[in-house]
Ligand binder design. Structure first.
Ligand code: SF4
Ligand code: SF4
Length: 442
């Protein structure tokens, strides 16, 4: 794609990077066929190629974001399916990040939209605040008929309330500053990201990871000062806030690295994994953090990547459970981890089935299912239809966002991959497994 940036514009490193991304695009349109919003809406402006043109026009002409640009960029899930498909290696991820930042700086959204975004950015990434907000969600549901009358703001508030769990699990027993010593001889030492939303919505995921890792000789540390990875606000264009979270995490992990050392930084939410692996890019222009961010990104691994290195034995519990593996977009497109979680589950004794249209997003995408509830609901329906077509006993995935999005729409239980692995290697049973294994349906 030909570009027309002036030399002065190209002196800005972000514009220079955008220019080189645009130049790789050959307009072929292959990406359209795998873009969920293009498939659902059928509008070229809601496709990767259409969005690239919109961003190029905005940046080349040094214009503030228009209502049109904002509409179509907001509708993008940042699922990165287009990146996997693109034969020219167009780095759409960093381009759309830049566009979102520009929108945040130059476009004045309607009041309700601004208010909702501020609430999300000030609540979701903070464990305590998020927990308090969820405990109020129960009362909020009683006002649903009133809320839905509040126009677009009301629709989104309603979507948020519907995603909140009926019952809040007990607060996580994992405390910052602690470490868990392994059973038997120590084979490794890792930090496990506790993050934000996942540890409130389902603290059992990281507890399963801790049990599994320590059973296989790995020491796990939870450094003080670690928290949200920054993904939620980064996808909303709030780069400054995202960088603050990244720096805090880097400081916390560097202290461990320079102390007893770390073999890896493990992440059980693939959305967070994609972000931490990209810290090197986020902080590349900050001399005080660029090198440290590179070290952290190099150490960051999805939990399944680390488990694969442990050379686990076959699962202890023979199981006839059929698992539909739902690969989160951040797992398959963001981190390019595709067969590894399925191989681990099969090795552990499960029958794993691929989901048709597995490359298409479930509509979760960070705060997308709150900010774009109509499209998210269509994608969820499509995803659940495809999952149920393989008749699974259980759905496994590696991202809390997908669990929250899919679970309310199906009677099939949705678990994190690591919870199933923990069970297969002698860990606690979740209720549904007890029912299924001890009293199989007649
Ligand atoms: S990130 Fe996903 S929704 Fe956005 S343009 Fe690419 S394929 Fe489409
Ligand atoms: S597939 Fe890649 S090169 Fe082709 S139009 Fe899409 S982004 Fe451009």
């Amino acid at each position: 794609m030909q570009t027309n940036f002036s030399l002065a514009q190209l002196a800005d490193p972000e514009i220079k990077e955008a220019d080189s991304i645009f130049r790789r695009c050959v307009h072929c349109g292959f990406c359209l066929a795998t873009c969920p919003t293009y498939l659902e809406l059928g509008n070229e402006l809601d496709s990767p190629r259409g969005r690239i043109y919109l961003i190029k026009d905005m940046l080349e002409n040094d214009r503030p974001a228009s209502a049109e640009v904002t509409l179509h960029i907001d509708r993008c899930l940042s699922c990165l399916s287009c990146v996997t498909t693109c034969p020219s290696g167009v780095d759409y991820m960093h381009l759309v990040d830049l566009a979102r930042e520009r929108i945040e700086k130059t476009y004045r959204r309607p009041f309700g939209d601004r208010l909702l975004r501020v609430i999300l950015a000030r609540v979701l990434p903070y464990r305590r605040r998020f927990r308090v907000a969820l405990s109020f969600a129960r009362f909020g549901r009683a006002f649903a008929p009133l809320i839905t009358k509040m126009g677009r703001f009301g629709e989104r508030m309603q979507a948020m309330l519907e995603l909140a769990p009926e019952r809040l699990p007990a607060a996580s027993s994992i405390k910052p500053g602690v470490s868990v010593t392994p059973d038997g001889q120590r084979k490794g030492r890792v930090a496990l990201l506790t993050g934000c939303a996942q540890s409130v919505l389902d603290p059992g995921i990281n507890l399963a990871a801790v049990r599994l890792l320590s059973r296989f000789g790995v020491e796990i540390v939870f450094p003080k000062g670690e928290g949200c990875c920054g993904a939620i606000v980064h996808h909303m264009g709030r780069a400054k806030q995202a960088k603050r979270f990244a720096r805090a995490n880097i400081d916390a992990w560097m202290e461990e690295i320079e102390g007893e050392g770390l073999d890896a930084i493990l992440i059980t939410a693939s959305g967070c994994g994609t972000t931490v692996k990209d810290y090197w890019h986020l902080l590349q222009h900050e001399p005080a953090y660029a090198e440290k961010a590179q070290r952290i990104s190099a150490l960051a691994l999805d939990i399944t990547e680390y488990l694969a290195k442990l050379d686990l034995p076959p699962g202890e519990r023979a199981s006839d459970l059929v698992v539909a593996y739902h690969s989160a977009c951040s797992m398959q497109h963001g981190q390019r981890i595709t067969s590894l979680p399925k191989s681990l589950l099969e090795h552990a004794g499960f029958e794993v089935r691929d989901v048709p249209e597995g490359h298409i997003c479930c509509g979760s995408a960070g705060t997308y299912n709150i900010l774009q509830p109509e499209i998210a609901a269509r994608l969820r329906e499509r995803k659940v239809r495809n999952i149920e077509a393989v008749a699974p006993d259980v759905i496994a995935t590696g991202n809390i966002g997908c669990i929250t999005q899919i679970a309310p729409a199906t009677i099939v239980p949705v678990l994190h991959t690591v919870e199933l692995l923990d069970w297969a290697y002698g860990g606690e049973r979740r209720d549904f497994l007890r029912r299924r294994v001890e009293a199989p349906p007649s």
